[in-house]
Design a protein around this ligand. Structure first.
Ligand code: NFE
Ligand code: MG
Length: 568
């Protein structure tokens, strides 16, 4: 038995530590710990709920808009405001742009190097790479000269001994299986994706003034004026700019990202048998096209025990958070499971004191809480969304793309419940979303044509119109999955605020019953060829796209000083 510690897990957002027991070449047990403690969730207490989105958005530097939208939706539910169609379209566009950009960045920059050996790419024959690329897609950057140029740039890099962004990986590890030509193609696309993601997210600059942390959110709607007769508003010129950026997005996703994922997956089909984990999947659904849930592009639902024949409903009263293994206290006892409306955030670190060798896994070992649905752990994310789409047939485009991917790989639907399935589902999610963005841009243009310029329901803007005591919850599908913000408003001010985010669901530790969280469960059975180079552990972990910044977002409720940062 070898005890493997991966800390920090790199190429993620935030600080994640994983400990695993490896025996006979595979993981037997694993523990997931967020070692990061930071502060957002309670600083909105006592504040005007109309301002909460601007604070909540700072939970993360990656999935920023999702928190702003979750916050606005929670407050709108509490006070009874209903955003008009233009605001819905603007939010859908912002949210989808966030998801699509994040998925591309995740695949190429945070995850691909678990599958792609950059050093092997140097041995590639550019002519063969060109033939491979042209067999997969009609993407124009595919000539022999182009790939020779990429290879030579990389060679010069390596010869100077400065691997830069490619340093500190397990190059040459036996678990890498792509031929040099595929590695070179992926390297070229890694570099192209860096440039593409910068271009694509100009959608956020157009609709929100900047990225990250857009400025244009508003309780009851959006603060982006829509008026074709004004230079300073969203007008036909901006519609044309959005059209161009969405087309560029569709191009890259459908001609580079999706073909790359399928091509790489075809060399790693055995990874459809690893990383399944708990086999429960949940999605809140999102992208409303009308006033109620039934109009959403993605429907809410729950799949249990990998049973792809039925979908259960999501009843938000069944969502709770436990802290049996997390560094917090609950006033009513640490064995409690609290719904976020009653949620508490009282940090209580119980050790071990750093520097330490091992977490105290029999006690508390993470800053992430353990969310549960009806007492059960749930995996959230693009895989959950695509499974629910596949089983429900909605949206039809998602089902079609999932079927196409399965047939191109020659595998059945249960293969989706795996490390590989998570990666493929994310790419399909990106394609469905970028195609839908096109429809939403047209929707905005149509509304302008009809002179419907409404962007806000301001009937509830005045706190005098609010109930003196009210509760609301807002739900969003972020890049990493289902996100909820819960707010309790009393006398016009925030009395309690809780967020349960995608990475909290996926990265959470064991609960009071000892049930592992999704990361922990998914690692069991993962092969590990060389315990000192746990490349395979990273593959499964990265397939979830961890974000600890989102998962831990608390401050000390007693206002004790937790850290002092001196700038001198
Ligand atoms: Ni910080 Fe996030 C997403 C949210 S992860 S990236 O998606 O919310 O928990
Ligand atoms: Mg929380």
């Amino acid at each position: 038995m070898t005890h493997v510690v991966v800390d920090p897990v790199t190429r993620i957002e935030g600080h994640l530590r994983v400990e695993a027991e490896v025996d006979g070449g595979a993981v037997k047990q694993a523990w997931s710990s967020s070692t990061m403690f930071r502060g957002i969730e309670l600083i909105v207490r006592g504040r005007d709920p109309r301002d909460a989105w601007a604070f909540a958005q700072r939970i993360c530097g990656v999935c920023t808009a999702v928190h702003a939208i979750g916050s606005c939706r929670a407050v709108e539910k509490a006070i009874g405001a209903v955003p008009p169609p233009n605001a819905r379209l603007l939010r859908n566009l912002i949210l989808a742009a966030q998801n699509v950009q994040d998925h591309v960045i995740h695949f190429y920059h945070l995850h691909a190097l678990d599958w792609v050996d950059i050093v092997s790419a140097l041995k590639a024959d550019p002519a063969k790479t060109s033939a491979l690329a042209q067999s997969l897609s009609d993407w124009p950057l595919s000539s022999t000269t182009y790939f020779a140029g990429v290879r030579d740039r990389m060679k010069a890099f390596v010869e100077r001994g400065k691997l830069g962004i490619f340093a500190n990986a397990y190059w040459g590890h036996p678990a890498y299986r792509l031929p040099p030509e595929a590695n070179l193609m992926a390297l070229a696309h890694y570099l192209e994706a860096l440039d593409w993601q910068r271009r694509f997210i100009r959608i956020h600059a157009i609709l929100g003034g900047k990225n990250p942390h857009l400025q244009s959110f508003l309780v009851g709607g959006a603060a982006t004026p829509v008026d074709p007769d004004s230079q300073n508003s969203l007008n036909m010129e901006t519609i044309a700019a959005l059209d161009g950026l969405v087309a560029d997005g569709m191009d890259f996703v459908s001609r580079v990202y999706v073909p790359d994922v399928l091509a790489i997956a075809s060399f790693y089909k055995d990874w459809a048998a690893f990383g399944a984990g708990i086999g429960n999947y949940m999605s809140y659904g999102d992208y409303p096209e009308g006033d109620d849930e039934s109009t959403q592009l993605f429907l809410p639902g729950i799949i249990r025990g990998r049973d792809l024949t039925k979908i259960g409903p999501v009843d938000q009263t069944k969502v709770t958070e436990q802290i049996a293994r997390s560094w917090y206290d609950y006033s009513g006892g640490n064995e409690q499971a609290l719904n976020p409306f009653q949620g508490e955030t009282t940090p209580h670190f119980t050790g071990p004191k750093p520097p330490f060798e091992r977490l105290e896994v029999a006690q508390k070992y993470s800053w992430v809480k353990s969310p549960r649905y009806d007492g059960e752990p749930m995996e959230v994310g693009p895989l959950a969304r695509m499974l629910i789409a596949y089983v429900s047939g909605r949206p039809a485009r998602a089902k079609e793309l999932v079927e196409k991917a399965l047939s191109s790989l020659g595998v059945g639907p249960t293969a989706l419940c795996s490390t590989l399935g998570r990666v493929a589902a994310r790419a399909i999610d990106a394609q469905v979303l970028v195609e839908s963005m096109d429809t939403w841009v047209k929707g905005l243009a149509d509304n302008m044509g009809r002179r419907d310029y409404r962007i806000q329901d301001n009937s509830k803007w005045d706190p005098g119109t609010w109930p003196s005591d009210c509760y609301g919850a807002g739900f969003v599908e972020g890049p990493r999955g289902s996100l909820g913000h819960w707010v309790h408003i009393n006398d016009g001010a925030i009395a309690n605020y809780q967020c349960v985010v995608p990475t909290t669901w996926n990265a959470g530790p064991r609960d009071a019953k000892g049930q592992p969280g999704p990361y922990e469960a998914s690692l069991v059975g993962t092969p590990v060829a060389i315990p000192e180079q746990p490349l395979e552990i990273l593959r499964t972990l990265h397939s979830f796209d961890p974000c600890m910044g989102c998962a831990v977002h608390v401050v000390d409720a007693t206002k004790r000083e937790l850290a002092h940062i001196s700038l001198t």
